[in-house]
Every structure is written in structure tokens, then in C-alpha cells.
Design a protein around this ligand. Structure first.
Ligand SMILES: Nc1ncnc2c1ncn2[C@@H]1O[C@H](COP(=O)(O)OP(=O)(O)OP(=O)(O)O)[C@@H](O)[C@H]1O
Ligand SMILES: [Mg+2]
Length: 230
């Protein structure tokens, strides 16, 4: 889809994990779980600023009711197939060997049980984490320090109060150097910075996973290239 066209739409029937349309610019007014949108560059910042100004009061609502979602720009996309978990493990190991990973923001999209945490576990193991790797579903974030690298693994599934972004120190974690991995990022879309890489994991009927990888920066493109070599 060419150009950058802003849509205002009521997203009434979209499902979490649904395929995101590439290249265009869409802003969905509706349930934060359901809408998906994209817009790139300064225009995105400008529009976000304008919307924040006009819709400021809305942004204090629980995030599940936040009406505005702006998805990050996409520079490149590739599709991968993970026939089994071993393929996910190989992909994770390839990313772990890429130096760009050490300052990356990666989002993991996909429905419940898609394999988001599984991917993070393989990535953390490949980076050298040896202890227990818990899903941060209840704590929202699990921090790690491994070989001088700070890693924050977020699961925003239960994140519904934007004040938590400040109060729990998530803003600082995202501003700090290191690797940030986010599951259910759409639940915090209004406050999250754009990621370098998004992996949308879709379980198939044969239990394999179709993975759409979207790079939002040069750093993300380096990770995409590393993943393609897996
Ligand atoms: N590529 C794959 N092929 C087959 N099975 C997989 C693959 N990746 C993960 N799985 C299996 O699917 C399940 C995924 O669970 P996981 O907790 O990782 O999902 P999730 O996406 O994090 O879910 P949630 O949204 O609840 O956090 C695990 O049982 C894992 O073994
Ligand atoms: Mg998970």
C-alpha cells in the first residue's frame, strides 16, 4: 500500500494477532486490543502530538479504552516458517549472535499460546541466561543481567493503567541501554516507543508457526538479516 494516508475508523471486529497491513498509515478509534495502525516519520510524531492535544483526557482512561493506536514505521518485512520449536530456537540463536540485539527493542505479537514467551526463553538461553525464565504475565516485567547486557522482558497483557508506565519505572527501563522484549505491546501502544523489530507469530493448523518479521529501523533490518541466516 503506497503513501501515508491517515484513517479514522471504528475497529469493531479485529482480533488480537490479526495481520497488520503494511506501509499505510492508519489510526483506529476503538478498543486498543482490536485496532492496528501504522504511520511513519515526523508526520507520525506530529499527528501523535495533535491527537494527544485533542484527546488528552481520553489518554487517562485505562489503556484498554484508549482510543488511539499508532503503529511504528516499517522499513522491511520478511516471512519465516518455524515448523517446530527447534526452528524457533535456531532463529533466536541467530539473533542472539547479532551485536545489534544488545540495543534493540523487539515486539512479539500473536494470540495466546502463539510462542512469544517460548521465543524469548530461547533468546535468553542463547544469550547465556541459565536460571529460571518466568513469563512476566503477572509482574509485567522480568529483568535480566547477562554478560554485561541488561534485558527487560515485558508482557503487557495485564497492563491497563498508563500511570503504571511512569510509576513502575517502565519509561526508565525503555530509555536505558539494553535489550527490550515486549509481548502484547498493543496493550501499551499509547506509551511504547516504536520497536526495531516486530515478530508476529501465527500458529498454523499443523502446529507450525508462520512468522512475519517487520523491521522498523536499520537495527531491526540487521536483526532481520541475521534471522534469515538461521
Ligand atoms: N514453533 C513452534 N512450533 C510448535 N510449538 C511451539 C512453537 N513455538 C512454541 N510452541 C509451543 O507453543 C506453546 C507456546 O506457549 P507460550 O507461552 O510461548 O505462548 P505465548 O505466545 O507467550 O502466550 P501468551 O500470550 O499466553 O503469553 C508452548 O507450549 C511451546 O512449546
Ligand atoms: Mg507469553
Amino acid at each position: 500500500m503506497a503513501g501515508h494516508v491517515a484513517h479514522l475508523a471504528v475497529a469493531a471486529s479485529r482480533q488480537p494477532g490479526q495481520q497488520t497491513r503494511l506501509g499505510g498509515a492508519q489510526i483506529h478509534i476503538g478498543d486498543a486490543d482490536l485496532g492496528k495502525s501504522e504511520l511513519s516519520g515526523p508526520r507520525r510524531q506530529c499527528l501523535r502530538h495533535l491527537l494527544r492535544k485533542c484527546l488528552g483526557p481520553w489518554l487517562h482512561l485505562p489503556l484498554s479504552l484508549t482510543p488511539v493506536l499508532i503503529h511504528p514505521p516499517i522499513l522491511e518485512s520478511r516471512t519465516f516458517s518455524w515448523p517446530d520449536e527447534a526452528a524457533c530456537e535456531r532463529f533466536a540463536a541467530a539473533l542472539a549472535a547479532e551485536p545489534a540485539l544488545r540495543r534493540a527493542g523487539i515486539e512479539l505479537d500473536g494470540p495466546l499460546g502463539a510462542g512469544k514467551t517460548t521465543f524469548v526463553r530461547h533468546l535468553l538461553r542463547a544469550l547465556g541466561v541459565s536460571g529460571r525464565i518466568k513469563s512476566p504475565t503477572y509482574t509485567v516485567v522480568e529483568p535480566y543481567q547477562v554478560n554485561g547486557l541488561a534485558v527487560s522482558h515485558f508482557d503487557f497483557y495485564r497492563f491497563n493503567d498508563p500511570r503504571e508506565w511512569e510509576d513502575a519505572g517502565f519509561r526508565e527501563l525503555f530509555a536505558a541501554p539494553g535489550l527490550r522484549l515486549s509481548e502484547w505491546a498493543d496493550k501499551a501502544r499509547a506509551v511504547l516507543p516504536p520497536p526495531d523489530l516486530r515478530l508476529a507469530i501465527e500458529p498454523q493448523d499443523d502446529d507450525s508457526r508462520r512468522v512475519t518479521a517487520l523491521a522498523g529501523s536499520a537495527l531491526g533490518q540487521a536483526l532481520l538479516a541475521a534471522g534469515a541466516r538461521a
